[in-house]
Unconditional design. Sequence first.
Length: 499
Amino acid sequence: MRRFDAVVAGRADGAVILQVPDLSGDGHPDLLSAGLGLGNGAVIMRSGLNGQLLESFSSTTDAACFYDVADMNGDGLRDVALGFPDQNPPGSPVTGLVRIYSSATGAEIMILPGFFLGEEYGSALCSVADLDSDSVDDMIITAASRVGTNGLAGVVEVYSLGTGSVLRTHEGTGSGSYGAAVMAVGDLNGDGLSDYAIGDPLAGTGQVDVHSGADGALLYSVHSPGATSAVGSKICSLSDLNGDGKGELLIQTNDGALVCSGADGALLHEFDGDVYEQDIAPAADFDLDGVDDMVLCGESSVTVASGADFSTLVTIEGEADDLFAHALGAAIDYRGEGRIEIPVGAPHTDLVQGVDTNDGSIRMWAHIPYLYAESMSISSGAGGVLRYRGTFPAGSAGYNYRLLVSITGKGPTTVNGLQVPLTVDSAAWSTWRNKYGPLQTNRGHGQLDAVGDVRIPITVNPNALAAAVGKTIYFAMVAGAPGGPLTHSSSAVPLEILP
């Protein structure tokens, strides 16, 4: 696990984390983070590749929000916008404002001011793909206390960064929370433009309105499915989970999160419990089933949930005193190594042992699958050779291993206290006993080498898997010290059987 410590003592870094595209030009995604609103904070930009401090964006007060935006100074890199709802433009009353900074130098490029006294312009913001065809991505900005033409507080602007004009506004419900979260959600209605979502968590039990990027028309609203409240305090855009070609929504509530269809807002799943209520983020495909996953946290715990069936794939526990799992960033491959990492905020981490300074850190928890496949499909008619590699920690050198197979699913199944991501069936029992049937190998069981690795070739004769055509089978590897219990299990690796 990598750990990125605060660069300034006592600023509680890692309270908010945002994964952003490559802002440094090194070809890897980067990270923005901020502290707990102590009045002395800045937004920090770090390299996702090595954690290096790239820039620090600061002002006289803490930013309420931040996001990457279009390249506004022509240097070829996206820039960074910070919202300051309690600041005033030069020579003007306190309206709130948005400052845009160069991601390359940290210099301020421009200020987008509010219009009315006390409107809290810049309470929330995000970037959205170009909506007005000027080849510049646009922004969505909340003025939490601006009174709309309907006489109610809360206005959300869609702002053209290319022309400097307001494309449209959306007016709130008077709840005091309209626009608390705003998020671009991709093209959900098939018109070629990104749509966007607006959260209103205090409107009754909360709601999220999804609007057309073309004209602002309301496409649908998401409401609480029951006792859950504060729906819409945070919104994440997910990739397509249900195969309809449209991305989905992950929506924070007061005690968990909702997964909703991007097509119509229908509820796909509800996560209910303290371990889900703190933060949410999208994730790449942890379990290699072809469907991206998601990450949720709360109660010093991080949960990786399957995008296919919403089951728990991984659980990570941390120190409550560090406020571990106070915030999450998107779980993706930050270093281009094929390894997914989850940025987890721990803003009360103390850099000096025994001294309560609450400096903060970001823990980059790496998902190590242990088992890798050269191919995830095979033609039954043609047959061929499958190649698997087990890569376990160096301390597992000489451990006994078993390559297991299930033809019915990913379980999980607990074996002597070890969770194995396979369903128990005839194939699992056979491979446990070193019998592989049509999967011909003499290396299904054995010992890991001096660095904890093993390579396993499997020969499949033509038509040997004819009965399994159209199905997916799953492999996993387990290992343990000679004479001892199993202590390590890989992730499940799928194999699709084609005609």
